[in-house]
Design a protein around this ligand. Structure first.
Ligand code: ZN
Ligand code: ZN
Length: 358
C-alpha cells in the first residue's frame, strides 16, 4: 500500500494539489486496503487519514495500518471542514466523478463559512490511472479469479445438454464458482442462446437451449476483491456453416489482436487490429462495442480498448480482448480472454478451451 501512496503523492505534486479526498469505493480500497463500504481517505504528503463511521472503525484499523482512522458522524459538510483543515492544505482535490454536484455545493459552502482558505479542485481518473497497472499482489488475485472462471467453464460446459434453460446454466456456473470460494460474482453472468445472443449484454432468460444455435457465455469470478471476465461461445450438437464462419472470423480477430498488440499502442490502435479482420470479412456493422477493457477491482476499468481511446498500453496492465459479431434474429459470437502485458508481450490469464464440440 505504501508504494501506491507514494505514486499518488507524485500525482498530487504534478497536479499542484496539496491533498486529496478519495471517496470512490474501489479507489479507497486500492489505496488503503480497507474493504468496508463507507469511508473517505484524506491524503497529503504528510498525512493519511481514513474517516469512517462507528460501524467500520475496528475493521478500518485492522485493514489499513498505514492510515490514521478517524471516526466521523453525520453528513459530510459537518465533519469535512475540520478534517480538511488538519491537512494544512490550500488546494484540496476531490474525485469529480464521485462527488455529486449538490454535495460539492454543500462542501464549498461549509468550507467558506469555516474560513479556512481551502479550495476544492476537481480531479479526474487520478487513482484510476494508477490502478490500470497491476502490482504482483494484484496479479496473483486476478490470476486466481481467472483460474476459477476457467475451471467453471471446463467443468460445466462439457456436461451441458439441450433442454437446459439459460438461467439454469448460468446458475450452474455461478454455483460452481461460489462453491470453489469465489466471492459474490462481480456481474450478472450472461448465458444467451439463439437470437438472444445477438444482444451483447443479454440477461439469462427461461429460454431453453437447443442444438445448433450459438450460446454466448460471459462469466466472472471474484477473489480478494479482484474480478475475472471471460466469454466463450458454444454450439450444442452440430454447428452449421454460418456458425462456423462467424466463429472463425471472431476467433481470427481475437488471435490477431493478441499476437500483434504491443506496449505503447493506444487503445484505439489495439481495437483496430481486431476490427480490421471483422471489417474485411464483411461484418463492419456487426461489431458494435469496443475490443476490451481493463480488469481489476472493477470489472470495467482503465485502459479502454476501443475507437477514440488514447489510453496507452503499458507494462503490467491487465485487460480483456473480446471481439464479437452480432446478427439480429440469428445470434452472436463473442470470445473474450484476459491478458497482462509483460516484457512488451501479452500473457494470457484465462485459459479455458476455446472451441467446445460435443
Ligand atoms: Zn465479459
Ligand atoms: Zn469484458
Amino acid at each position: 500500500m505504501s508504494n501506491r501512496l507514494a505514486k499518488l503523492h507524485s500525482q498530487l505534486a504534478a497536479k499542484g494539489l496539496d491533498a486529496i479526498i478519495i471517496s470512490q469505493d474501489e479507489n479507497r480500497r486500492y489505496l488503503s486496503g480497507f474493504t468496508g463500504s463507507a469511508g473517505f481517505l484524506l491524503i497529503s504528503p504528510q498525512r493519511a487519514i481514513l474517516a469512517t463511521d462507528f460501524r467500520y472503525v475496528e475493521q478500518a484499523q485492522a485493514q489499513a495500518p498505514d492510515f490514521e482512522v478517524v471516526k466521523i458522524q453525520g453528513e459530510m459538510p459537518k465533519w469535512f471542514p475540520r478534517l480538511a483543515s488538519e491537512l494544512d492544505a490550500q488546494k484540496l482535490g476531490f474525485e469529480g466523478k464521485d462527488i455529486s454536484f449538490s454535495t460539492y455545493k454543500e462542501l464549498t459552502d461549509a468550507l467558506s463559512s469555516a474560513k479556512k482558505g481551502i479550495s476544492l479542485v476537481p480531479t479526474d481518473g487520478l487513482v484510476e490511472s494508477l490502478r490500470a497497472v497491476k502490482d504482483k499482489e494484484e496479479l496473483k488475485l486476478i490470476e486466481k479469479a481467472a483460474a476459477l472462471a476457467d475451471a467453471a467453464l471446463d467443468e460445466i460446459l462439457p456436461q451441458v445438454r439441450p433442454g437446459i434453460s439459460e438461467k439454469e446454466l448460468a446458475w450452474e456456473i455461478e454455483s460452481f464458482m461460489r462453491r470453489n470460494s469465489s466471492e459474490p460474482v462481480p456481474f450478472e453472468l450472461i448465458v444467451a442462446s439463439g437470437p438472444n445472443s445477438a444482444l451483447p449484454h443479454a440477461r439469462p432468460t427461461d429460454k431453453i437451449i437447443h442444438n445448433g444455435e450459438p450460446v454466448v457465455i460471459d462469466i466472472g469470478a471474484k477473489v480478494g476483491g479482484y474480478t475475472s471476465d471471460i466469454t466463450r461461445t458454444i454450439c450444442l450438437g452440430n454447428s452449421d456453416n454460418v456458425f462456423n464462419r462467424i466463429y472463425d472470423i471472431v476467433l481470427g480477430a481475437q488471435l490477431t489482436a493478441l499476437a500483434t498488440l504491443q506496449t505503447g499502442m493506444t487503445g484505439e490502435q489495439v481495437d483496430r487490429l481486431a476490427r480490421t479482420v471483422i471489417e474485411q470479412a464483411g461484418y463492419k456493422d456487426n461489431f458494435g462495442h469496443g475490443l476490451g477493457h481493463g480488469v481489476g477491482l472493477a470489472t470495467h476499468e482503465e485502459p479502454r480498448l476501443g475507437t477514440g481511446s488514447a489510453d496507452i498500453l503499458a507494462e503490467g496492465m491487465a485487460f480483456t480482448i473480446e471481439p464479437g459479431i452480432y446478427i439480429s434474429g440469428w445470434g452472436g459470437v463473442r470470445i473474450e480472454d484476459m491478458a497482462v502485458l509483460e516484457e512488451g508481450k501479452v500473457r494470457l490469464l484465462t485459459k479455458s478451451r476455446k472451441m467446445w464440440r460435443p
